[in-house]
Design a protein around this ligand. Structure first.
Ligand SMILES: [Zn+2]
Length: 260
């Protein structure tokens, strides 16, 4: 009888532990997005969620900041702000974002990459992960012959459309750098909500430079990936600033110009 009781105790302890772990991993398999890409494209740059709250939805991600003040990269639970001066800042938890995507990145076994450019890399990734109806996060840690990255300057109201702002984007050509690319591959059907295809951001290993990736040439590196089949979208409730924002308009051409 005592033995049975001990077994039951162990069983109960396991059940409680599993339940607790499940509670901690509530973002498992989920990509969480703040606002829509069309709202951002149309000039809705007012921050909707604080970085501190955003981190509750994941430890890695990409996005931008209130007033479009630079590119956001979240890596291993740290938020980096890469401003148009090319420098990397660490915003406090109260700084807000008008658009971001975060995931709880649970990395797969690393795959060693051969030297490749961005096109070769995405072609290879698509071949390895053909489930294009799912969201994927990808991380590459490596040495790069070159990374061409950009950031956008802080905007002041009345806000111009992103396609106009992007004409004044700052482009940085980083040569012979070590660092990390992190980003999302979205399904094509997210058109209007997010960026279909790849959206990659970069940061150097010493966390001093980076930006939204326009192209790269990798010398050597390791790649990890994770997939998500739960899509959570947190829409802005900012009716004052969204009054004149047309979120339904097809902005595919504008997104192509701005993001690629
Ligand atoms: Zn970006």
């Amino acid at each position: 009888m005592k033995k049975l009781f001990n077994r039951l105790s162990v069983f109960a302890a396991v059940v409680v532990t599993v339940a607790l772990l499940a509670g901690c991993r509530s973002n498992s398999g989920q990509i969480t997005q703040v606002s829509t890409i069309n709202a951002l494209m149309a000039g809705a740059y007012q921050g909707q969620m604080a970085c501190g709250e955003l981190l509750q939805y994941g430890n890695c991600g990409v996005g931008t900041f209130d007033s479009l003040d630079g590119e956001m990269l979240i890596l291993d639970g740290t938020v980096y702000q890469i401003k148009a001066d090319g420098k990397v800042y660490r915003p406090n938890a109260r700084v807000t974002t008008p658009f971001a995507c975060v995931v709880d990145f649970k990395a797969s076994k690393p795959v060693t990459l051969k030297p490749c450019d961005m096109k070769q890399f995405t072609t290879e990734f698509d071949a390895m992960y053909p489930d294009t109806h799912l969201f994927y996060a990808v991380r590459v840690d490596g040495k790069f012959k070159q990374v061409v990255a950009r950031s956008v300057p802080r905007q002041h109201p009345p806000y111009k459309k992103l396609v106009e702002v992007a004409k004044n984007q700052k482009v940085f050509t980083l040569k012979n750098v070590e660092g990390t690319i992190f980003g999302i591959r979205c399904p094509e059907f997210v058109k209007g909500l997010n960026v279909p295809g790849y959206h990659l951001h970069f940061i150097t290993k010493d966390r001093t430079k980076g930006g939204h990736v326009l192209s790269f040439q990798l010398k050597s590196g390791q790649m990890q990936a994770d997939s998500y089949n739960v899509f959570k979208m947190i829409l802005p409730v900012d009716s004052k600033n969204l009054k004149n924002i047309d979120m339904a308009k097809d902005r595919s051409h504008e997104i192509e110009k701005v993001e690629k």
